[in-house]
Design a protein around this ligand. Structure first.
Ligand code: GLC
Length: 737
């Protein structure tokens, strides 16, 4: 496969960079390495309207507010831009006129006219908000992964954003970690396909196109393995686990041509990622061939002091710049210390020049020297247009996972319905954990969608995510109902960054609501709105129907209603394992067998106080129809394993099945996972339709990095497990020579 990184190396561009470097002063070079927020408060910015919220909430005095907003800070930023001492802004304001204003100062008033690059967290949409990444990954749909990124790029670019801090590619096996919400789940293969699709979506063939933005593979690396699922915590793992599990999605993003990477907050085996020469130079640049630039995660250069590897900010700057971080996000260590370090010989002229070169290379590739300004008029026709809403609806429908259904769903449209729970009617909560542009007033809740459909329903909140259960309201709501829809789960800020929870069951008195439903004698369906797998064993046991609705974004309510009433046959499949109890985390399907494989036997690898199977496994998801598998066969043809299986829609409604192909390297020098996803294919089947699905798995792709970190494919038996989810028993074998 072509490594698209090589497309960044263009002789004429490199010559232009040479010319610029020869002219740049040291301060101007350091300016390219310095990124600030655009709004005036602190190092890590908040937007003007959030400033106003702080003022209105009494958390800022009027004097402070006026002082900050009095253009004093803006002037300072302009002054630094005019002096060429800032190269990038992290945009919180989404105000293209303001970006253009700063850009004009840079291009037309600074000595060398080097344009700024504006970055922002366009994680799952900009103004049109798509399902959170963990939800969208459950679609197992590469076209969706790419399409939503393409739309997000177009909307963000129309508002002056050149660069997104996405895709987030951290393999996430511990549901206590809030940022699992931003990930593509626990599987390396799926996350690698997701990575390439997202880079294609954001960047297109050429990210100088006005509708495209530069991608940023983050958080490099292994941030999802934070010990205990506690955010920002240490990560300690073997190099083999790093190379076999955590690096592949980043390699995929690099080969797909991601223009930037972001170094992670965590240490890896004691060395902070932002100060980690092995990661940033040996792995990323030498082995992956990366030619773009690395931005640190917020403050993480300065945090090397807290990590205990730098005496002070100056040494932190020395370590990180020498390790390969080009741009210091908002903490100002490079701005404050690189010149001194240069004079002291602790940073070489070459290191500084190379760091600047890589940033300028991406600025040239983005076309900023030729087209530095945003056409602010274009945004109006693009933001949250009908076409984008339609794509948001499709993505949301495909992200919904039906977890249980005892003949409750789909609902009859003329049923008398009661709806209970706070999340049924909270638009802001539907937007999920990383939203900077989505507006609640443009978001469809479940209640909105029921009204839009003219459904006969009553709604009582009855119970909030963290507030008490109101039995009186509950009794009132269900009195005349044929069926009840319960909405429970998490607020959107209970997942995402700085949202680790040691208890990932339902919070507040939501379980009282479920108990009341269980005892009321009427049928009900429970909808989950959450950003992580929840340990909801007793909820799952009590509810006759259970639908994973995540935080689905702008079209949440419409997608959920389409599933509830059968207009869309649910097709989502879990990409992260649901544990029975929080204490089982981390829990994932592609584990090693151990010498005492988990079983009913006492002396086997398990918890004595938990079932030996997860609540819901990787790849799991129900449908309104049934799929039957048969005739599995596999044979080695040349460099590939050709695998075929018949899949039949054995039910009464059409639907889309995700056929999953897992391998198992039965005996290897190093123990290998009991199963590893190596292919998936979606097939749409009418009732009674039967197709033969054939895939080719390249033999080179079923190997692993051994203890010497050599990539090897050992001869021997490989089992192929094929089916509906990671627990399928349909298996055959091939023997690799
Ligand atoms: C945050 C996040 C990172 C984000 C960056 C800029 O702390 O860790 O994912 O892109 O700062 O907002």
């Amino acid at each position: 496969m072509e490594n698209r990184q090589n497309r960044f190396i263009k002789p004429d561009t490199e010559k232009k960079i040479d010319t610029l470097l020869a002219k740049m002063t040291v301060k101007e070079k350091i300016g390219q390495l310095h990124q600030l927020g655009t709004s005036p408060v602190g190092g890590f910015e908040i937007s003007k309207n959030e400033m106003k919220k702080l003022l209105d909430a009494g958390r800022l005095t009027k004097e402070d507010y006026d002082n900050w907003m009095s253009n004093e800070q803006w002037d300072e930023n302009e002054g630094l831009v005019r002096a060429g001492e800032i190269g990038s802004f992290l945009g919180r304001d989404k105000d293209p006129n303001f970006y253009n204003h700063l850009q004009r100062v840079a291009v037309e008033e600074s000595r060398l006219g080097i344009p700024l690059i504006f970055g922002n967290d366009v994680i799952h949409g900009h103004r049109t908000v798509f399902p959170i990444p963990l939800a969208e990954s459950c679609s197992f749909d590469d076209e969706t992964f790419e399409k939503t990124a393409e739309i997000a790029a177009k909307e963000a670019a129309s508002e002056g954003i050149h660069w997104t801090f996405a895709p987030m590619l951290d393999i996430s096996r511990d549901a206590r970690w809030g940022r699992i919400a931003e990930s593509a789940g626990e599987d390396t293969y799926l996350a690698s396909r997701y990575a390439a699709a997202k880079v294609r979506g954001f960047q297109g063939e050429d990210f100088s196109d006005k509708d495209r933005i530069v991608a940023c593979a983050k958080h490099f690396v292994a941030y999802g393995a934070a010990e205990g699922g506690r955010d920002y915590n240490s990560v300690d793992m073997s190099m083999q686990k790093l190379w076999n599990t955590y690096l592949p999605p980043f390699k995929a993003a690099c080969e797909a041509g991601a223009g930037t990477f972001m170094s992670a907050f965590n240490d890896l085996n004691g060395i902070p990622c932002s100060a980690n020469t092995y990661l940033l130079r040996t792995v990323l640049r030498e082995k992956f061939g990366f030619k773009g630039f690395v931005v640190s995660d917020a403050f993480s250069v300065g945090e090397c002091v807290a990590h205990g590897v730098a005496e002070d900010r100056k040494q932190a700057a020395e370590l990180c710049l020498n390790a390969g971080v080009n741009m210091d996000m908002v903490v100002g260590c490079y701005r404050d210390h690189v010149e001194e370090l240069l004079n002291e010989g602790k940073i070489s002229e070459d290191t500084l020049n190379e760091a600047v070169r890589e940033i300028l290379r991406i600025k040239f590739a983005k076309g900023l020297f030729d087209n530095p300004y945003t056409d602010v008029e274009s945004a109006a026709d693009i933001l949250i247009c009908d076409e984008h809403r339609k794509e948001a609806l499709k993505a949301a429908e495909k992200s919904i996972v039906l977890l249980k259904n005892e003949d409750i769903l789909p609902l009859r449209k003329n049923a008398k319905i009661a709806v209970v729970g706070e999340l049924a009617d909270d638009a802001e909560e539907m937007l999920g954990c990383w939203v900077l542009g989505g507006l609640p007033e443009e978001t469809v809740t479940l209640i909105d969608a029921l009204k839009l459909r003219g459904i006969d329903f009553v709604y009582e909140k009855c119970c909030g995510v963290k507030t008490d259960f109101n039995r009186e309201a509950f009794e009132r709501a269900i009195e005349n109902a044929d069926i009840i829809i319960a909405t429970v789960g998490e607020y959107r800020d209970m997942s995402g960054e700085a949202a680790s929870y040691c208890d990932i069951d339902l919070h507040g008195e939501q379980k009282k609501l479920i108990d009341a439903l269980y005892n009321c004698g009427k049928p009900f369906v429970t909808l989950l709105f959450n950003g992580r797998p929840l340990a909801i064993r007793d909820v799952a046991e009590k509810t006759p129907a259970l639908v994973e609705c995540w935080h689905l974004g702008t079209e949440a309510g419409n997608a959920i209603c389409n599933v509830l009433f059968g207009d869309y046959n649910p097709s989502g499949r879990l990409t992260a394992t649901f544990p029975n109890y929080s204490g089982e985390c981390p829990l994932y399907y592609n584990h090693l067998n151990t010498g005492r494989p988990t079983s009913e036997v006492r002396h086997s690898s398990k918890y004595q106080d938990a079932p030996i199977k997860p609540l819901y496994p990787f790849g799991y998801g129900l449908s309104y129809t049934d799929y039957a598998y048969s005739n599995l066969s596999a044979e080695i043809i040349g460099d590939n394993i050709s695998v075929s299986v018949d899949v039949e829609n054995a039910g009464k409604v059409s639907g889309t099945e995700t056929v999953q192909f897992y391998i198992q390297d039965v005996v290897a020098k190093t123990a290998r996972p009991v199963r590893e996803l190596k292919e998936y294919k979606k097939v749409y089947l009418e009732p009674g339709e039967k197709v033969t699905v054939t895939v080719k798995i390249t033999i080179a792709d079923i190997g692993y990095y051994d203890e010497a970190l050599e990539y090897i494919v050992e001869p021997g038996e490989f089992k192929l497990w094929v089916g509906h989810d990671s627990t399928t028993e349909l298996v055959t074998s091939v023997f690799v020579k």
